[in-house]
Design a protein around this ligand. Structure first.
Ligand code: NCD
Ligand code: ZN
Length: 347
């Protein structure tokens, strides 16, 4: 039985770090285990220009703990006013690694998102030309579409046509939550990948709704039924390089989660590597954890994997993690996978 595993240091290809007091409190949780992260731009106001991204990057770097080795990979929030030249210059400078498409109104702070892809066509053409990745929150916002069907509807209505229309555009379908998403990413032509979150590998909609509403399991896209979670587990542990980790660790202080209209987001940074080792061991695929967490992501983004390593060890007794991280704005609850975790990062 394996009880010790050394892998190249992982990266997180979808992370929310926020700003100010919450940024300062949550950043060390990611920097502890991860070398790099694709940082989401959905601040208030959003990170829309190269100038915004440079300033946000500087605030992140200033918030890093002494001695931490962590590189934020910045993204721009695509709006219908985005300037293709600004995007291209930010990519050429090495400042940004992706542009993020939020359908307007799809999730937290997405009001300035895109209403009609035709309105951002010049930006997408430029990105296809220079090989810059479009990260996509893949849910339709049509009120007629059931929230559990919004990813599948997005694939049919938006993503499949976009793929055919601009096959050279590198695409990351983020936080895939359905068997439909897994199938699309597996089969679509061109440079396409899907990220999978920590929590969608572990929870189903039952965690959210059985025995009472459990706001700390509420995220977007919302967790689905177990056959979808099982499809995600199969994809993550398959060794298919199109699938890799994007935690979507999304901190909100408890006061904004435990309320009549709670925010979407699970804060998983603290426990992610422990959870992943747990899942990969259950799927008899510990030998594929490195691919999922450390190799496939850099390959998709045209980067080298990290030279440094981390070591995970399996303990006989469950490993404990703080239930909450204190921030200057209030506590943030750490994701509880609901099962004992035995793996921990030890070096
Ligand atoms: C994210 C957030 O809080 O910013 N929430 C979430 O549930 N994942 C937004 C997002 O990525 O959809
Ligand atoms: Zn997210």
């Amino acid at each position: 039985m394996t009880t010790r595993l050394t892998i190249r240091r992982p990266d997180d290809w979808h992370l929310h770090l926020r700003d100010g007091a919450v940024l300062r409190a949550v950043l060390p949780e990611t920097a502890r285990d991860f070398a790099r992260a694709i940082v989401m731009p959905n601040l208030v106001p959003p990170v829309v220009t190269a100038k915004d991204a440079a300033a946000y990057r500087d605030r992140i770097v200033a918030a890093l703990p002494e001695g931490a080795e962590f590189t934020p990979m910045m993204t721009l929030y695509l709006t219908e006013a985005t300037d293709p030249a600004d995007v291209a210059a930010a990519f050429a400078d090495g400042l940004i690694h992706a542009v993020k498409l939020y359908p307007a109104g799809a999730t937290t702070n997405s009001a300035s998102g895109v209403r009609d892809l035709a309105n951002v066509r010049p930006v997408l053409e430029k990105m296809a030309q220079i090989g810059l990745t479009l990260c996509i929150h893949g849910e339709v916002t049509d009120p007629e579409v059931d929230i559990f069907d919004r990813e599948a509807a997005f694939i049919d209505r938006v993503l499949a046509p976009l793929r055919n229309d601009l096959p050279e555009l590198p695409v990351t379908l983020e936080h895939v939550t359905t068997a439909d998403g897994v199938a699309f990413v597996s089969e679509a032509p061109g440079r396409i990948a899907g990220t999978i979150t920590t929590h969608h590998l572990m929870i189903t909609r039952n965690h959210l709704l059985v025995g009472g509403i459990r706001p700390h399991y509420y995220c977007l896209p919302v967790a689905k039924r177990s056959r979808h979670r099982d499809a995600l587990r199969a994809a993550a542990t398959s060794g298919n390089p199109r699938f890799f980790l994007g935690t979507d660790s999304a901190p909100h202080v408890d006061a904004l989660k435990e309320t009549a209209c709670g925010c979407a987001g699970c804060f998983t940074a603290t426990v992610t590597m422990s959870c992943l080792a747990h899942v990969f061991e259950e799927e008899d695929a510990l030998d594929r954890l490195e691919g999922f967490a450390s190799l496939h992501g850099p390959a998709h983004y045209g980067l080298e994997p990290n030279d440094a390593t981390i070591t995970l060890e399996k303990r006989a007794d469950p490993v404990t993690y703080p239930a909450k991280i204190e921030t200057g704005d209030g506590p943030v609850t750490v994701f509880d996978p609901g099962v004992p975790l035995h793996w921990e990062v030890t070096a």
